[in-house]
Design a protein around this ligand. Structure first.
Ligand code: ADP
Length: 170
């Protein structure tokens, strides 16, 4: 039996535009993993570049950044979810399917909902962390400790001075 792991899932802009969020979360619930954090994010160029830093020398990198930022779709947003539980990384990767949506198992999420555009962009609907080191790096990139309801990684409290924060006006 393997230990509990955390993994990051992103519903990419094509998934949101195609109204697939519900379908994707339903598929992922088959894993019986627990959602411990979730949010909708407007992705800056910096965040997209950092997330895919390992691919910066690939010919498709610029297009990939544009895709993650939502510039190829009307929906400039991504849904970020942290799943937690036993063998989480493999369970989610298996349901996600292969990177290339045309080669992915047809019943996987990418196989069922993904496509390659005529321009060659892999619109593969979701991102799923590939190993524990990447999961940690990605979760720490997309979330702050207080956004997550379990203590995944060591964190410390710091006193913040004069941080501007929006609050509700009633
Ligand atoms: P994965 O997302 O399955 O972990 P990678 O980390 O290799 O795969 O790639 C990250 C993302 O880059 C993919 O999900 C896909 O959106 C895009 N991508 C990967 N390979 C290609 C390719 N050959 N052409 C276009 N886009 C690609």
């Amino acid at each position: 039996m393997s230990a509990n792991q955390a993994t990051l899932v992103l519903v990419k802009p094509d998934g949101l535009k195609k109204s697939l969020t519900g379908n994707i979360l339903t598929r992922l619930s088959e894993t019986k993993l627990e959602i411990v954090a979730a949010k909708i994010v407007r992705v800056s160029k910096e965040l997209a570049v950092e997330h895919y830093a390992h691919l910066k020398n690939q010919p498709f990198f610029d297009e990939l950044i544009t895709y993650l930022m939502g510039e190829l779709h009307d929906r400039k947003k991504v849904m970020a979810v942290v799943y937690w539980g036993e063998d989480a990384i493999n369970k989610v990767r298996k349901l996600a399917g292969a990177t290339n949506p045309e080669e992915a198992d047809p019943v996987s999420i990418r196989g069922a909902y993904g496509r390659i555009t005529t321009k060659g962009v892999y619109e593969n609907v979701i991102h799923a962390s590939s190993n524990e080191a990447e999961a940690k790096r990605e979760i720490q990139l997309w979330f702050q400790p207080q956004d997550i309801i379990v203590d995944l990684y060591p964190a410390q409290e710091v006193a913040e001075k004069e941080v501007l924060r929006k609050v509700w006006v009633n």
